[in-house]
Design a protein around this ligand. Structure first.
Ligand SMILES: [Zn+2]
Length: 268
C-alpha cells in the first residue's frame, strides 16, 4: 500500500485479530479515494481522522493468520508491504548463542546451551527437509552472532516463519530442583497462534512440563516480516531435564515432533 504524503511523517502500526492498523501522526488527512484492487490478503480498508492530528487506516484481512509486513519510506511515500504466503514454505531456524564468548546457559556439568541448540536445529532442519520444506539456519557451526545479525537475516531472507531455539537458565533466586518445562515466547499478534500451537504439541506429545507461553519483547520475537517465535526447550540446570536435553534419542524425537507440528501448522 502506498501512502503519498507531503512530507515523511511519524507513524505507528498496531496489529489486532484480523486487522493491521496504521496510524499517521501530526497530520490532517486529505484522503478522498482509497483504491483496493483484487487483493489476496486485504479484505477492506477503512480510514478515519481519530484525533485532530492523527489518522488511522484500518486494514481488515481476509484470514485470521497474518504473515508479516514491512514499512519504509520511498521519498515522501510511505510504503506498507503486507505479506501473503506464496510458493514453497521457508523455515528459518536460529540456534541460540554460538561461540566461546556466548555459551548460553550451562548444564550441571558445564555443558553449554550453544551446542545443544545447534544439534537440535540441525536435526530439525533435516526432519523438515525430509518433508519437503526449505530450511535456512542462522549458523551451522560455532559463530559469534549478535541478536541484531540474526534479525537482519530474518529480514533479508523473508522466511515463512522464524524459530529461535534456546534452552533456559534459572531466573534469579530460582529453584534448580523444581523449575523445569518448555517455555514459548511471542511478541506480535501474528506470532501468537504459532507459539501456542508449537507449545501445546511439544508438551503434549513429548510429555514435557509446560513452563508457559509468554508475550515478551525480545530481539528474536520482534521481527514483523514473519511470524517469529522463540522456544526455550527446557532448563539446562534441572538435573532430570538436562538428562533429557542431552539424550541423542530424545533430541531426535524432539526434532521430529517439532517438524511434524510445523508442517501441521503451515497447513492450517
Ligand atoms: Zn539461550
Amino acid at each position: 500500500m502506498l501512502f503519498p504524503l507531503e512530507v515523511p511523517l511519524p507513524f505507528s502500526i498496531r496489529q489486532e485479530e484480523q486487522k493491521l492498523i496504521l496510524t499517521l501522526h501530526h497530520v490532517t488527512a486529505q484522503t478522498d479515494t482509497i483504491f483496493l484492487g483484487q487483493n489476496p490478503v486485504i479484505d477492506r480498508i477503512d480510514f478515519s481522522q481519530t484525533h485532530p492530528d492523527r489518522v488511522e487506516y484500518i486494514l481488515t484481512m481476509k484470514t485470521k493468520q497474518q504473515w508479516g509486513y514491512t514499512t519504509r519510506y520511498e521519498g515522501n511515500t510511505l510504503v506498507l508491504a503486507v505479506r501473503h504466503p506464496s510458493g514453497k514454505p521457508l523455515v528459518l531456524l536460529d540456534p541460540g548463542h554460538g561461540s566461546p564468548n556466548d555459551l548460553g546457559a550451562r548444564g550441571p556439568n558445564g555443558y553449554p546451551e550453544k551446542d545443544v541448540t545447534l544439534i537440535v536445529a540441525k536435526l530439525l532442519a533435516k526432519a523438515l527437509k525430509n518433508k519437503g520444506i526449505d530450511v535456512v539456519l542462522t549458523r551451522t557451526k560455532d559463530e559469534d552472532l549478535f541478536p541484531q545479525q540474526r534479525v537482519e537475516m530474518i529480514n533479508r531472507l523473508r522466511p515463512t516463519i522464524a524459530l529461535s531455539l534456546h534452552y533456559n537458565a534459572l531466573p534469579d533466586n530460582g529453584d534448580a530442583e523444581h523449575t523445569q518445562g518448555i517455555g514459548t515466547f511471542w511478541y506480535h499478534p501474528q506470532s501468537h497462534r504459532l507459539a501456542q500451537f508449537l507449545h501445546d504439541r511439544l508438551t503434549l506429545r513429548l510429555q514435557r512440563q509446560s513452563y508457559g507461553v509468554f508475550w515478551h519483547n525480545l530481539a528474536l520475537t520482534r521481527p514483523t516480516i514473519a511470524p517469529s517465535v522463540l522456544l526455550e526447550l527446557g532448563f539446562m540446570i534441572h538435573p532430570q531435564e538436562f538428562a533429557w536435553i542431552v539424550d541423542p534419542k530424545a533430541q531426535k524425537q524432539l526434532a521430529q515432533t517439532l517438524a511434524d507440528s510445523i508442517v501441521e501448522w503451515l497447513k492450517t
